[in-house]
Design a protein around this ligand. Structure first.
Ligand code: PEP
Ligand code: MG
Length: 588
C-alpha cells in the first residue's frame, strides 16, 4: 500500500490547510456562504413590477426562514432558537415595508438598493445599542437583509441545513460553530482562521475534525462535493477516487483501533516511567462537554470559559441563572476542582461594546472590560461564590496585565463576600482566586502577581500571540505563530520558576499542551499540571506514560539554551525518536 505522502503527492485533487481538530472524515460538503452581495443601485422603469418582485422576494424569504426556524427549534433548545425571532420581526414590520414601497415609488431605484439601505438603518441602531443582546441581533439582521436581497436577485438557496455534512466556509464565528454543530456536522473547513481561533478550539472541544486556513477553499470545493478531511495533518481531498477512499477508510479504521487502546488508558495514572505524576485537567467551552470530561477521566476542569454561556444563550444570564449553571457543573465534577474563568469578552469572541475597536485584541478585553462594567463583574462573582458551597470551585481572572487590576478585582470580590455574609448566604470563604498569565507584562511580573493570588494558569494561546505580535486567528501570519520560539520557551520557564518561588501552584491551559510534541518539553520545564480539551487527554496521557521525567528535564534545559525554533523542534523530534515514542500523527 502507498503511504500517505505518495497518495497526496500524486493527487491533483488535494489541498492543504492547518490541522485544527483531529479526526478523519469522508462526507459531502456544505458550502456555508456569507459572501457580500453586489447591490444594483440602478434606476427602474416599471414601478409595479419592482413592487411585485419585492412581494415575491419577501414571501420566499419568509418561507425559507420558517424552515430554518423549524430546524433550529428541533436541533436547539428553545432559548437558542429565539435568535431567529429578530429576523421574523423584520419581515413583518409594516413601517419598514411601507417605507421601502414608498421609496421605490418616489426614487424609482432598484428594490435591492432600497432594501439594503432601509434595513441597514435598523442594523446601525442595533449595533449602537448599549445592550449586548441588541448588539448580537445586529448580525442577525444582516442575515435577513442578505436573504431578501438574494431572493430579489433570484439567487439559489440551499433549503435545508442537512445533517452529516462537512461545513466549508470563508470563516466561522464561535456561534456559527456551535450552531452548526447541532446539525450533526461531520467536519469544518474554513478559508480563514488559525489553530487557536475560537472556532478551532470549539471544534476540538466538540470532537469535530477541522482544517482551517485553507486558501481559496470556498472556490475550490462545491456544494455536495465528496471530500475527505484529515484533521491530523490538515489535508483535504476533493471528490476522491476509489484508491484514495480505500486509503482513508483504512486510516479511519486504524484511528478507531487507536481510540480503543487509548480508552484502555482511562483508569491508568498520567505518570512518567520514573513515577512523576502530571495532573491532566480539562478545558470546557460548552456545557455539553462535561460528559467528555468524565469519560476521559480528567482530574478536574482547569478552565471553564464562561463567556461561551453568553454565546450559547445569546444573552448574559442573570445572577440566579449563572449560579445554577456553576453549581450544576461543580456538583457533577465534585470532588474534583472546577476553575471558573471570569467572562473573557472581547478579541475575536463576540461584540459586546457599542463601538468598533480598531484593535480588539489589544482593546477592552477580559479583566479590562469587566472592571469597566463592574455590575456585570459583580453579578458573576456573586454567582460563583453562591455556587461554591461544594468547596471545589476556584475563580480565575483573564487578560491580567498589572497588579492594579488584581487588587481592584480582589477588592470587588471581598465586597461581594461581605454582601453575601450580610445576606446570610452560604459560600466557600476560602474560594481560591487565580489569574491567567497571557500577556507579556504579566509574565515578567509573575512573582509579584503570584504573591497576591492563590494560583497561576498560563494561557499560551494569547501569550504567544502577544509575545510574538502575531494575531492568533490570522492565517496569513500563522507560520509566525511559533509555540517553540525560544522567547516563548524562556518565558514559560520564567513563569513556572517565579510561580514556584512565590510558592503558588502553576498550570498551563493553552492549546500548546494539547500538542503531543510539546508535552515532554512542558514537563521538563517544571509544569506538573496541564489543562487541555477533554478529547485530547488520552493522547497526552499516552505520551506522559512513555517518557522519563529525568530525561524531560534535560530536554527542557537543552531547549532553553537553544536560539532558534528549528533547533528546538529538532531536539523535540529527536527526543521522540531516541526514546522510541510514536506520536499520534505518525500512527495515523
Ligand atoms: C489562552 O489564551 O491560552 C487561553 C486558554 O484562553 P483563550 O483561548 O480562551 O483566550
Ligand atoms: Mg486567552
Amino acid at each position: 500500500m502507498k503511504n500517505f505522502k505518495q497518495i497526496f503527492k500524486e493527487a491533483e485533487n488535494a489541498i492543504t490547510g492547518i490541522a485544527a481538530a483531529p479526526g478523519i472524515v469522508i462526507a459531502k460538503a456544505y458550502l456555508f456562504t456569507k459572501e457580500k452581495l453586489e447591490i444594483n443601485d440602478g434606476d427602474i422603469s416599471n414601478i409595479e413590477e419592482a413592487k411585485s418582485n419585492l412581494v415575491e422576494a419577501l414571501a420566499k424569504s419568509k418561507k425559507e426562514l420558517n424552515k430554518i426556524f423549524a430546524i433550529a427549534k428541533e436541533k436547539m433548545e428553545g432559548q437558542r432558537a429565539a435568535i431567529f425571532e429578530a429576523q421574523m420581526m423584520i419581515l413583518d414590520d409594516p413601517i419598514l415595508l411601507d417605507n421601502i414601497n414608498k421609496r421605490i415609488e418616489t426614487e424609482k431605484k432598484q428594490p435591492e438598493y432600497i432594501v439594503n439601505n432601509e434595513i441597514s438603518k435598523y442594523q446601525q441602531l442595533m449595533a449602537h445599542s448599549h445592550e449586548a443582546y441588541m448588539n448580537e441581533r445586529a448580525s442577525d439582521i444582516e442575515d435577513i437583509k442578505n436573504r431578501i436581497i438574494r431572493n430579489l436577485q433570484k439567487k439559489r438557496w440551499i433549503s435545508k441545513i442537512q445533517n452529516d455534512m462537512i461545513v466549508v466556509s470563508d470563516s466561522l464565528t464561535p456561534s456559527d460553530t456551535i450552531l452548526l454543530s447541532r446539525c450533526d456536522v461531520r467536519g469544518f473547513v474554513t478559508e480563514h482562521g488559525g489553530l487557536t481561533s475560537h472556532a478551532a478550539i470549539i471544534s476540538r472541544s466538540l470532537d469535530i475534525p477541522a482544517v482551517v486556513g485553507v486558501h481559496n477553499v470556498t472556490k475550490l470545493i462545491k456544494d455536495n462535493d465528496t471530500i475527505i478531511i484529515d484533521g491530523f495533518h490538515g489535508y483535504i481531498l476533493i471528490n476522491p477516487n476509489e484508491e484514495q477512499i480505500n486509503f482513508f477508510s483504512a486510516k479511519h479504521e486504524k484511528l478507531i483501533e487507536l481510540q480503543k487502546s487509548l480508552a484502555e488508558l482511562k483508569d491508568q495514572p498520567a505518570k512518567t516511567i520514573d513515577g512523576h505524576e502530571i495532573q491532566l485537567l480539562a478545558n470546557v467551552d460548552v456545557t455539553g462537554e462535561i460528559d467528555l470530561v468524565i469519560t476521559n477521566d480528567a482530574k478536574g476542569i482547569g478552565l471553564y470559559r464562561t463567556e461561551q454561556i453568553i454565546e450559547e444563550l445569546g444573552e448574559i444570564p442573570n445572577e440566579e441563572e449563572q449560579t445554577k449553571i456553576y453549581l450544576n457543573l461543580s456538583t457533577r465534577i465534585y470532588p474534583k476542582p472546577l476553575i471558573i474563568r471570569a467572562f473573557d469578552i472581547g478579541g475575536d469572541k463576540f461584540k459586546f461594546l457599542d463601538f468598533t475597536e480598531p484593535n480588539p485584541f489589544l482593546g477592552l478585553r477580559g479583566i479590562r472590560l469587566l472592571l469597566e462594567n463592574e455590575n456585570m463583574f459583580r453579578t458573576q462573582i456573586r454567582a460563583v461564590l453562591k455556587a461554591s458551597s461544594n468547596k471545589n470551585i476556584q475563580f480565575m481572572l483573564p487578560m491580567v496585565s498589572s497588579i492594579r487590576e488584581i487588587r481592584k478585582s480582589l477588592a470587588i470580590i471581598n465586597e461581594c463576600k461581605n454582601e453575601l455574609k450580610h445576606e446570610k448566604i452560604n459560600f466557600d470563604k476560602d474560594c481560591k482566586i487565580g489569574i491567567m498569565i497571557e500577556v507579556p507584562s504579566a509574565a515578567l511580573l509573575t512573582y509579584e502577581l503570584a504573591e497576591i493570588v492563590d494560583f497561576i494558569s498560563i494561557g499560551t494561546n494569547d501569550l504567544i500571540q502577544y509575545l510574538m505580535a502575531v494575531d492568533r486567528g490570522n492565517d496569513l501570519v500563522s507560520n509566525l505563530y511559533q509555540e517553540f520560539h525560544p522567547a516563548v520557551i524562556r518565558t514559560l520557564s520564567h513563569i513556572v520558576k517565579e510561580s514556584k518561588r512565590a510558592h503558588k501552584s502553576v498550570s498551563l491551559c493553552g492549546e500548546m499542551a494539547a500538542d503531543t510534541l510539546a508535552i515532554p518539553l512542558l514537563i521538563g520545564l517544571g509544569l506538573n499540571s496541564l489543562s487541555i480539551s477533554p478529547t485530547t487527554i488520552p493522547y497526552a496521557k499516552r505520551i506522559i506514560r512513555s517518557i522519563s521525567y529525568e530525561k524531560a528535564k534535560i530536554l527542557g534545559d537543552e531547549c532553553l539554551a537553544s536560539g532558534t525554533v528549528e533547533e528546538i523542534t529538532e531536539k523535540l523530534q529527536k527526543f521522540f525518536k531516541d526514546n522510541s515514542i510514536t506520536r499520534t500523527r505518525n500512527i495515523i
